[in-house]
Ligand binder design. Structure first.
Ligand code: AMP
Length: 189
């Protein structure tokens, strides 16, 4: 059973590459962004709180995210592997994840860090905004999200590098090429 983190800036292809991994390896998948959007749609208390942060390009507070992921980890019983997509996004979340997994006698096996130049990220997100209608895929919010990524999320790469689990992957080119690069890492685990 492998625990994988698919990591990268907004627009780096985490969702797309998660889908590739699900169909290739039969892994389970958890996206905190998808969970939060479902809560927003259901207009739950969590959804209403999250919306104020998401529409403003900010991170939802760690305590809410960690509670949410704790419940998911208790419920999910992945057979082959679990892909964490969009989580952790702060070093505090990464530390909490390590503790939660340790309770289940497991750990993070690999972090797949999709690296894409900033201009391409912005182009991809603007295009997605036109197609998906996501409320946070507009230029102003995209710029805020990229700033938050550099300030709060990118330091996680160092955190996992110090544990020897960080893998930088070139996130440009065709979906298949990127997926192939990721498989080279996974097949060695
Ligand atoms: P995503 O779909 O992963 O791009 O997430 C969309 C938005 O949801 C982010 O910009 C954050 O506002 C919020 N979000 C998703 N995952 C997290 C997380 N792990 N911690 C804090 N906020 C999150």
């Amino acid at each position: 059973m492998l625990n994988l983190i698919i990591f990268g800036a907004p627009g780096s292809g985490k969702g797309t590459q998660s889908e590739e991994l699900i169909s290739k390896y039969g892994f389970d998948h958890v996206s905190t962004g998808d969970l939060l959007r479902a809560e927003m749609k259901a207009e739950s208390e969590l959804g209403k709180t999250a919306k104020q942060y998401i529409d403003n390009g900010q991170l939802v507070p760690d305590s809410l995210i960690i509670d949410m992921i704790e419940k998911v980890l208790e419920e999910k019983k992945p057979q082959k592997g679990l892909i964490l997509d969009g989580f952790p996004r702060t070093v505090a979340q990464a530390e909490a994840l390590g503790e939660l997994l340790a309770k289940h006698d497991t750990r993070v096996h690999a972090v797949i860090d999709l690296q894409v130049p900033e201009e391409e990220l912005i182009d991809r997100l603007l295009k997605r905004g036109l197609e998906s209608g996501r409320s946070d895929d507009n230029l102003e919010t995209i710029q805020k999200r990229l700033h938050v990524y550099h300030a709060q999320t990118a330091p996680i790469a160092e955190y996992y590098a110090s544990k020897g689990t960080h893998n930088a992957i070139l996130g440009t080119g065709s979906i298949e090429d990127i997926s192939h690069r990721i498989s080279e890492v996974i097949d060695k685990l």
